[in-house]
Design a protein around this ligand. Sequence first.
Ligand code: AHM
Ligand code: MG
Length: 349
Amino acid sequence: MTQAPKNLQTIETHILALQSMHPSASGDFTGLLSDITFAAKIISREVNKAGLVDILGAAGGENVQGEVIQKLDDYGNNVFMKCLGTRNQVCIMGSEEMADPVFIEPSSGTGNYIVVFDPLDGSSNIDANVSVGTIFGIWKRKSRRDKVGMDDLLQAGCEQVAAGYIIYGSSTMFVYTAGHGAHGFTLDPSIGEFLLSHENITTPFLGDIYSVNEAYEPSWEPAVKEVVRQMKYGTGTESSRTDEATEGAGKTSRYIGSLVADFHRNLLYGGVYLYPPTKGKPEGKLRLMCEAAPLAMIAEAAGGYASDGRQNIMDIVPTHLHMRVPLYIGSRGDVMLVEKIIADAKTGL
Ligand code: AHM
Ligand code: MG
């Protein structure tokens, strides 16, 4: 018997189906996600033109029309600022590119949501045509509309109502979760729509990949050195390492140096991304609110896990918008092993 073809689903129809599960929903959340989708399409278009900048005029210079060309991360930031909350559904916006959060004056809308984003992570890779990404987390305000303050912004990752990322790679993909699985959509540029391509992403419990900048090894604490040693050699020794990444015998290494790209690959194939503390960066490099917590929510929705080495990233309450954390994220079993090695090192086991 011929199977009926699956319906094509755009990201908008997917979000609307989600909304229909909540009959009392105002549509604000749906509108917000669709604003983010719109911003993603604009940034994608611009990222795809990045290689032409040298021909049309370098960033910071002027293009042929005499307009000043912005750096792409500034451009992405401006796009997000312009596209978000057009229906007055946002009360606070926080960006990696802006020192302070932006509080939006109450007007006609509900202002129910707080959005924190990194408009273009890994942008130092752009000139080499390496994949970059946008990351966002969405929280709901706790205070009355006219009393919104820092407490509404500084919420733990577990309070997020949705999170996602967009990867600008060989194709542009939008991956999001609103608590019911992690779903991926691929942009069809010819029709300008994100189409459902990866429904209910699940990441393997253990992966074959570890991703870390090993050049920092001299400035890692001993527990982190042990973590990476075990990633490489498994429970065996240096001499037992084979070329194959077989179970229990060590993983293979992949590090692009572009968080969204490293995370996305590991999510699909299984693996762990590590950005441990170093002597120079004792808190780690990555930001809790616009990088670690949103990706942690996606990881959990896909069956994975994220930790700062001691606790669940999702449980950490930020002290400020740009708070940094060590990050170990990906396959659940691998991240749990990282926590165990670090805990054992502390107790001297
Ligand atoms: P950015 O937010 O300034 O772009 O920095 C974040 C990036 C991540 O995409 C990437 O994983 C990491 O920094 C790489 O750092 P390093 O060069 O220290 O390995
Ligand atoms: Mg970043």
